[in-house]
Design a protein around this ligand. Structure first.
Ligand code: IDP
Ligand code: MG
Length: 165
């Protein structure tokens, strides 16, 4: 079954210059990249992305981590598309806990747990189709994706936008 998945290269991945390594690993899947951008993550976006973790004791650290407070204030967001995309990407990522992740997986290779207990696991990947839909719609607008992944509509909008001076 063809699927789409959101992938985030987290701030530790960017700080450690791992973007190329991670994208190379992901290219093993032969999936297609259908959207990508560099994002400065607001607290609002971070809290929405991890809303299901809000009762965890490490929630505040997780928010700071994804906002880049511990590394660089940016993440790379991508949408991958293709046959069994979610399972293929999650398998390459490895387990959530980088110390438990298979040592040749992305998290096993590049992740660490800080002395404070933050899992710096360098990559996020959607874990099921409904999570993928929620996350892709949160991180990308329809025009930023080169495929029609979900139904969209046109609305009239009056707002200020920035253009090149
Ligand atoms: P996933 O990223 O493998 O899907 P989730 O359970 O969805 O794992 O957790 C989201 C993120 O929260 C993880 O990637 C990791 O950054 C962080 N996290 C999860 N469990 C722990 C924990 O026990 N301690 C510290 N951070 C955690
Ligand atoms: Mg998850």
């Amino acid at each position: 079954m063809e699927q789409q998945a959101l992938v985030l290269i987290k701030p530790d991945g960017l700080k450690k210059s791992l973007t190329g390594n991670i994208l190379t690993r992901l290219s093993e899947t032969k999936l297609e990249i259908v959207a990508s951008k560099i994002v400065r993550v607001s607290r609002e976006l971070a809290m929405e992305h991890y809303c299901h973790m809000k009762d965890m004791p490490f929630f505040e650290d997780l928010i700071k981590y994804i906002m880049g407070e511990y590394h660089k204030k940016k993440v790379m967001a991508l949408v991958y598309w293709g046959e069994e995309a979610i399972e293929k990407i999650r398998a390459l990522c490895g387990k959530t806990n980088p110390e438990e992740a298979d040592s040749v997986s992305i998290r096993g290779s590049y992740g660490r747990i800080t002395t404070k207990g933050v899992y710096e696991n360098v990559i996020h990947a959607s874990s099921n189709p409904s999570e993928a839909e929620r996350e892709i719609k949160l991180w990308f607008s329809p025009d930023e994706i080169i495929m029609d992944l979900y139904p969209k509509k046109e609305i009239e909008e009056m707002r200020k936008v920035r253009v090149w001076a």
